[in-house]
Design a protein around this ligand. Sequence first.
Ligand SMILES: Cc1cc2nc3c(=O)[nH]c(=O)nc-3n(C[C@H](O)[C@H](O)[C@H](O)COP(=O)(O)OP(=O)(O)OC[C@H]3O[C@@H](n4cnc5c(N)ncnc54)[C@H](O)[C@@H]3O)c2cc1C
Length: 482
Amino acid sequence: MSRIVILGGGPGGYEAALVAASLGAATTLVDSDGIGGACVLTDCVPSKTLIATSETMTSVAAAPALGLAGRGVPARPAGTWEGSEPHLTPPEVLSIEAKRVNNRVRELAHAQSNDIEARLRREKVTVVHGKGRLVGPQAVETDQGDVFIGDVVLIATGAAPRVLPTAEPDGERILTWQQLYELPEVPEHLVVIGSGVTGAEFAGAYRALGAAVTLVSSRERVLPGEDPDAAMVIEDVFRGRGIEVLNRSRAASVRRIGDGVLVELSDGRTVTGSHALMAVGSVPRTKGIGLTEVGIRLGSGGHVVVDRMSRTSVPGVYAAGDCTGVLPLASVAAMQGRIAMRHALGESVTPLRLGTVSSNIFTDPEIATVGVTQRMKDSGAIAAEVVTLPLARNPRAKMLGISDGFVKLFCRPGSGSVLGGVVVAPRASELILSISLAVANGLTAEQLANTFSIYPSLSGSITEVARMMRSEDLFAAFDETL
Ligand SMILES: Cc1cc2nc3c(=O)[nH]c(=O)nc-3n(C[C@H](O)[C@H](O)[C@H](O)COP(=O)(O)OP(=O)(O)OC[C@H]3O[C@@H](n4cnc5c(N)ncnc54)[C@H](O)[C@@H]3O)c2cc1C
């Protein structure tokens, strides 16, 4: 029987363990901070749980425009709520009990961690709680002195928030995203440093929860690296909701001053707030665990270098997830882990295909993307036709009072096969699947266009944009914009 030893119990590690056990391998999983990893305990799951609360606040704030009146808030004529009027910010409608919100976040995360651990044990995976390091290509030693030998070892140690020496978190006022859930109150004024995915998600969520928010972005626009049209929608929505967005503003230092924080920008300006959230990226957890000692090659940023089968430079040692820097998503970590185990155990397996990965930014509205991007098209790297349809034309969007967002489709010229797409909409994370299916299975815009969608539905915009792609606007106008 093959022996597998896995270092790290996040999605990369625990999914691999489940596959290895199901294939009959004697599987040991060593984890230091809790099964489920940062994904379940501090990053993905807690942030999305907090966002579930903030989304509800946004819906409540929008209620008057749908004809509902509440304490001190009259119903408003249709179409007059733009989501930006300061007197309609949620705290006037509902009050937020930050401790209960944060307790719910932590409890849900721990329950999920326990569920995953129970499942692993049911599948006969040996779970070891402890910090491990490689003491040979096939040997993991824990800080309790136990050594586990595997025919195959998988490294899945994840990543941790990047800490800048001039802005060290103190856990009270200067915070990493992992420390937010200990706060007794919603910050009065949160200064978010970094406007990537994590910064944007928290900026939007805390604004919806009633905090004043300043978003410090070193780039031209929030969400650099994402679809530029989508980023523009989010920036406009943010400004409309009262978030102060400081573009082209690099934070040089963050200091605590009394009950607040002082952020110094590199051009000499300063920003004050009650709290600062450092969202300036992650670093792989690959130091001090014996990787280079056994010959595993690390990239310049400290990531484990892997191929599409998750193999490292040392035979028999695989790596998966954020420690590889391939694409920091839970779904990708899990897929890399599964691929590693199937490959190691001699099963048939398809190498990782990043071109079909869908990802989502949980702002409000959400941004979901798959496949070819605007940047690839604009740079000429990929030949693609692109069509964009604003959501405001969609009848269901009108009924729901949604005005921001769009659907964008990229197709191969000639054949019309769907190469990628962007959805900016509430629950875009649910809507993207039809485009992902088209991309993964080589469907054409024609096939998407001929698929029935529900009338009225937001997904109707996906079939409609496919019809626009094949230039049958008249037909599109008939059934989707009534
Ligand atoms: C704020 C935030 C929100 C996110 N939201 C999403 C999202 O919505 N969707 C999405 O797909 N992705 C999201 N991500 C990314 C996602 O969380 C990561 O891609 C995912 O956690 C990577 O999984 P992993 O298994 O590589 O690492 P992790 O989840 O970090 O797990 C690594 C595990 O390894 C353990 N470990 C580390 N070193 C050792 C050691 N020496 N010995 C033993 N154990 C060790 C740790 O204890 C940890 O349990 C988010 C990230 C952040 C920061």
